[in-house]
Design a protein around this ligand. Structure first.
Ligand SMILES: [Zn+2]
Length: 264
């Protein structure tokens, strides 16, 4: 399923490395992941460490569990076997897909995130650039992008049937924004036009988070608003003992038609 980032030949797995028929070899790290970047493209840190720890605490508290359930249920309805999670980060959703029985590859450019994701996991994790995915053509049944950027041409090349995109809806965390800003501006709808895929359907996942401190502070620290909000706004969030916050996401499913695979 993996291809050599140098010559694009298929990579074969050996004991401690993967190798292509032209002799390009890449070590399997002791945590089990592969680094298939070439040159100097590895991000040493990825997101800033505070944002990463806030997200880790928030997700491991299970606040976004309904989203995880919804993503798994969408995947189940597609009757697929293999998935690539593009921009998988620390593998919170990737691991859930692996546990559900899919053959999963998680790809991210952040070495620290992949290292953490791979520890003790049977999922294949790869450090790679999402614009040069080290996967053979039509390698997987579906590609998934959960809050991460993607390259539509690469998605079309590697995903045989489906592409799932998860993004926040306009009303996502609107109550948090109301504390932060004098005037709340809603985000635009996350619908994306893709050149080679047809929008198949959207499922909206909306639920209420009943948050107290420090979870409320963690939610703020996970968002870009922490860098753009007025100081008074941030102080209002920090001083707020409890808040009901709307979590609202769109799961957009796109269908991709390739010569080799006709969509179901
Ligand atoms: Zn090669």
């Amino acid at each position: 399923m993996l291809r050599c980032p140098v010559c694009h030949a298929t990579l074969e797995r050996q004991t401690k490395l993967v190798r292509c028929l032209n002799g390009h070899a890449f070590d399997i790290a002791k945590e089990g992941y592969l680094n298939l970047t070439i040159g100097h493209s590895v991000k040493a840190h990825g997101d800033d460490p505070e944002m990463v720890s806030a997200r880790r605490r928030f997700l491991s508290a299970g606040h976004y569990a309904p989203l995880k359930v919804a993503v798994l249920s969408e995947l189940k309805a597609l009757r697929i076997e293999s998935i690539v999670d593009l921009g998988c980060g620390e593998g919170d959703y990737t691991q859930a897909m692996g546990d559900a029985g899919y053959t999963v590859i998680g790809i991210d450019l952040s070495k620290s995130a992949i290292k953490r994701a791979a520890k003790g996991s049977s999922v294949t994790y790869v450090i790679a650039n999402l614009t040069q995915t080290p996967l053979i053509d039509h390698a997987v049944d579906a590609a998934v992008s959960i809050f991460s950027p993607f390259d539509p041409h690469e998605v079309h090349r590697i995903a045989k049937h489906w592409f799932l995109v998860v993004r926040p809806l306009p009303q996502h965390v609107v109550e948090l924004k109301a504390l932060l800003y004098p005037t709340v501006r809603l985000n635009p709808d996350p619908a994306i036009e893709l050149p080679q895929q047809r929008h198949h359907h959207r499922t909206e996942v909306v639920f209420t988070l009943d948050l107290t401190q420090p979870d409320l502070g963690d939610l703020l620290a996970m968002t870009p608003y922490v860098h753009t909000s007025p100081v008074e706004g941030i102080q209002r969030v920090q001083a707020c003992p409890q808040l009901n916050v709307t979590a609202a996401f769109a799961v957009d499913v796109y269908e991709t038609c390739t010569e080799n695979g006709k969509s179901i």
